[in-house]
Write a protein that binds this ligand. Structure first.
Ligand SMILES: [Zn+2]
Ligand SMILES: [Zn+2]
Length: 146
């Protein structure tokens, strides 16, 4: 069995369980021609439906003190913005998200680096003004990386 087939089976089962928990597993009509019929659509549309519902409420659980202390109901996980291959500027910047208080987010400039450089255009200029090379290899050597 291929990895792709295993992954597909996993997601199909997950989707079935999510639809079951929402009480619509038997109601959802899997079709590529759903028109405007409620509780119908492709597998991908069903996943979008489940995600939209899940993003608006908590999973049922026994909420203990530790759960509350860790931010149950107030903690948001935003994942998938950047994948491992996404190059970003190496300049350290404070990151805030209005309305979210403290965020645990990488404190780096999200702009793309200039080709062959460690930083984005504006941070290249700031590095040079501070007396540091902005070329990736030269910058890493200056910082003791080989
Ligand atoms: Zn909780
Ligand atoms: Zn930058």
């Amino acid at each position: 069995m291929s990895a792709k087939a295993v992954a597909q089976s996993y997601w199909t089962k997950e989707l079935e369980e999510e639809l079951e928990e929402l009480g619509i597993r038997e109601k959802w009509l899997f079709t590529t021609n759903a028109a405007d019929r409620p509780f119908s659509g492709s597998e991908e549309e069903a996943m979008e439906f489940v995600e939209k519902n899940r993003s608006e409420k908590l999973y049922d659980h026994d909420c203990y003190n530790q759960c509350k202390q860790k931010g149950c109901g107030k903690l948001y996980v935003a994942d998938g913005n950047w994948k491992l291959c996404y190059p970003h500027c190496m300049w350290k910047v404070p990151v805030t998200v209005p309305g979210f208080g403290d965020v645990n987010y990488p404190t780096i400039c999200p702009s793309s680096p200039e080709h062959g450089h460690a930083f984005c255009k504006s941070h290249c200029m700031m590095a040079k003004a501070a007396g540091y090379p902005s070329e990736l290899r030269l910058f890493l050597e200056a910082e003791g990386c080989r």
